[in-house]
Write a protein that binds this ligand. Structure first.
Ligand SMILES: [Ca+2]
Length: 740
């Protein structure tokens, strides 16, 4: 404690803001694993852990960070870091702001005296943590220590994380649990704490929540007064989704300008994992470029195609297989144990899909790593698209299957499920247990029941899993780890804790065990949810009502998850919700097709969701094409209308740019104007120094007889000119009187 207190004093008055005080002014904690189950951890190149630790601490020191080491228990050390002096931080702030200016993120150059510019724009917690994090992780060439966990020479560095500000978290959760609406002020608070990337997520989900009230009202109306599969509702829903996405695009710009991050995605965060083949110098700019041949990346990217096909068919086969079994067991099969067997497919699906998805997601991640992207953003975009494909199939394929295969063609196809009798007969059942010969009829409530499952049950289950699973996983892993350590004779308890630090260190060790928060998981959840609304809501019009209720809780649940289940997120910047925006647009487009098809197929049925009648293929095609054209038309109109509405953000940007231009111009003239003003005050308006007609040495020589010289000296100041003017007017008036 004394050492830490001393450190605070050492920096003098420029100590970190009070929020860090509860964490003893620690900014980051680095977990260093020196032993793995009793034996020294493997560094890869057989250097002992002591050597890597020494190198790590030295590197941190060179990067301008103070360090303190404590025991982490279970074979780890905790390395606490904080910036060595606030002066160093000021330098970093200035550099970062200059970089932003050079990349066009901020309109004006930052002031040289950072202290002054900080008074104008105080440093937020998030910015501070972001800067210190980049100091730890940026490559040496960019002024950082180049420490990336588990990479390269840092094989023993397990993680780098920030400590939660528990006081703030408590206030935040309490605040949000007592109010309905999350306003711009609340978003700014999140942005200041957790960075723009997470703030964008909350801004998005809040806007989505508000916007949902429209389809919810529409859906409720349709549910009560309109016939099932009403085209009116489908059109309204599609139009809403177009306006929703287009308006969000505008809001993104507004927020980015407001938060000063517009165009920040142009400053690319380099990935430490990027492997380059050669380092070359740009012939034009002289900049050092790490080169990886484009054709190689392209060939690697091409692997995506067979991968996507493989993954899609894998998932599709499982889903279709289980689906057939289910239909057979529920609607065809009449034998013994039906009550129990009926649940078998659900169990099968709930076990197989998560396992297969996890394997495929792992594969997608490996593939994206193999594609070897240089920047974090392009890496994330590539990964997001793959994950979206996987989720698309698991999330929507069952409904597509029921709506467009089972219902229209069920009566033709289902009897073929008899082939399953082959397997069933092994258990001693025979033909009489099935009704397929006696005329099968599709179950009209099936589509709706399935939709309700995805819209209500799956959402609730997802929410519960999201909140409880991390905690469960942690407890199990912790127990397993402790058991393993005990078996191998390592001390599981941390030793050598100074007694007064015990409480703090226990908290840090607890946080070290938490998972790393990934905001794209939450974004994906919302994007998938939006998909159900655009693609299938004609099946069950009150879908939006269910989502509205769900999301009211979801927003708060996600906040609680960040505070309690996850490590404090590293504040990253972003100027949008990234690649998810394209997926939203894609879903609105597909929604126009899917809704049209649903309405065309099912509105002709006698029963709700019953077998459709009098369908023709060209009729379907026509309605789909028509709807799609209407979609493109609507999107064009909406985005045109949006561009006519003034955007606050763009206005602000324009204003800022104007102010900057004005300031630069004023600065270049300003000095002289100021001098003139001072003289004016002193002399009462006569020309003495500035602006006086040049004479003698310092200007154009004026001879006494020079007409121009005489002319300009005739009035010695603006007041003289006024007097002269008044005299002239008086004189002329007098003359006029005389002549009258
Ligand atoms: Ca969530």
């Amino acid at each position: 404690m004394e050492a830490l207190k001393g450190a605070t004093k050492a920096t003098g008055t420029n100590s970190p803001p009070p929020h860090f005080a509860a964490n003893l002014d620690v900014e980051y904690v680095i977990v260093f694993r020196y032993a793995n189950a009793g034996v020294s951890a493997q560094t890869g190149d057989s250097t002992p852990p002591e050597e890597q630790l020494e190198k790590l601490l030295h590197t941190l020191d060179l990067a301008g960070l103070r360090t303190v080491v404590r025991d982490g228990g279970n074979g780890t050390l905790l390395i606490f870091t904080r910036i060595r002096s606030e002066k160093k931080l000021l330098g970093e702030i200035y550099r970062s702001r200059v970089r932003d200016w050079l990349h066009g993120i901020r309109p004006a150059a930052p002031e040289k005296e950072t202290q002054k510019s900080l008074e104008r724009e105080p440093l937020t917690d998030g910015e501070r943590l972001r800067l210190v994090y980049s100091l730890i992780t940026l490559p040496n060439s960019e002024g950082g220590a180049g420490i990336t966990p588990k990479q390269g020479e840092w094989t023993l560095v397990e993680s780098v994380f920030a400590l939660h500000d528990r006081e703030f978290n408590k206030k935040w959760l309490k605040d949000w649990s007592t109010k309905w609406m999350i306003g711009p002020e609340d978003l700014k608070v999140i942005r200041d704490r957790f960075g723009e990337k997470i703030a964008f997520y909350f801004a998005f989900i809040q806007w989505y929540f508000i916007a949902l009230s429209v389809p919810a009202a529409l859906g409720l109306f349709a549910y009560l007064f309109l016939p099932a599969y009403s085209s009116l509702f489908a059109i309204g829903n599609c139009l809403w989704s177009v306006v929703f996405v287009e308006y969000w695009k505008r809001q993104e710009i507004d927020l980015a300008v407001q938060w000063g991050v517009r165009h920040c995605s142009t400053v690319q965060r380099k990935r430490a994992e990027f492997q380059f083949e050669a380092e070359a110098t740009d012939p034009v700019t002289g900049e050092k470029i790490r080169y990886f041949p484009a054709y190689k990346r392209l060939t690697r990217q091409l692997i995506q195609v067979p991968f996507a096909l493989f993954a899609a068919s894998c998932l599709a086969i499982i889903i279709a297989g289980v689906f057939s079994i289910e239909i057979f067991l529920v609607e065809v099969y009449q034998g013994p144990l039906k009550v129990i067997l009926k649940f078998l497919p659900t169990v099968l699906l709930s076990i197989s899909i998560p396992i297969v998805s996890t394997i495929l997601t792992g594969f997608a991640t490996k593939l994206t790593e193999f594609e070897n992207y240089e920047n974090q953003d392009s890496y994330e975009a590539a990964l997001t698209q793959k994950i979206f494909v996987l989720n698309f199939i698991t999330g929507y394929f069952p409904l597509f299957l029921t709506a467009f295969v089972y219902v229209p063609f069920g009566e033709v196809l289902v009897p073929y499920l008899d082939i399953l009798n082959v397997t069933v007969q092994h258990f001693g059942h025979d033909e009489k247990y099935t009704t397929s010969d006696t005329g099968f009829q599709i179950n009209p409530s099936r589509l709706k029941a399935q939709m309700i499952y995805f819209v209500v049950t799956a959402q609730v289950v997802g929410f519960v899993l999201e909140t409880i699973l991390p905690q469960l996983k942690r407890t199990v892993f912790k127990k397993a780890k402790e058991f393993d350590s005990r078996r191998k004779g390592i001390n599981t308890e941390a030793v050598l804790d100074p007694p007064e630090e015990k409480k703090f260190l226990d908290q840090v060790r607890y946080e070290a065990e938490l998972e790393v928060y990934d905001v794209t998981v939450d974004l994906r959840e919302m994007c998938m949810q939006f998909g159900y609304l655009t693609l299938f809501s004609p099946i069950w019009p009150i879908t939006a009502v269910s989502f509205l209720i769900n999301n009211l809780i979801e927003i708060r649940g996600d906040a609680a998850k960040i505070c309690m289940e996850m490590q404090r997120p590293i504040p990253n910047r972003a100027d949008s919700i990234g690649p998810w925006l394209y997926n939203l647009s894609f879903l609105t487009w597909l929604g126009s097709i899917s809704s049209a098809a649903l309405v065309y197929i099912f509105s002709s049925a006698d029963l709700e969701g019953g077998p459709p009648k009098g369908l023709t293929f060209h009729g379907l095609l026509l309605s789909v094409m028509l709807s799609e054209h209407v979609y493109f038309g609507a999107r064009f109109v909406v985005s045109y209308a949006m561009s006519k509405i003034q955007s606050v953000g763009l206005e602000t940007e324009r204003k800022e740019k104007y102010m900057v231009r004005k300031r630069y111009l004023e600065e270049s003239f300003g000095m002289e104007n100021e001098l003139i003003r001072q003289e004016d005050e002193k002399t009462g308006g006569s020309y003495t120094g500035v602006g006086v007609v040049p004479s003698g040495q310092d200007g154009r020589p004026l001879a006494d007889g020079d007409l121009s010289g005489k002319f300009w000296r005739s009035q010695n100041g603006w007041k003289d000119s006024v007097n002269a003017g008044v005299q002239i007017m008086d004189y002329v008036k007098k003359q006029e009187k005389k002549t009258q």
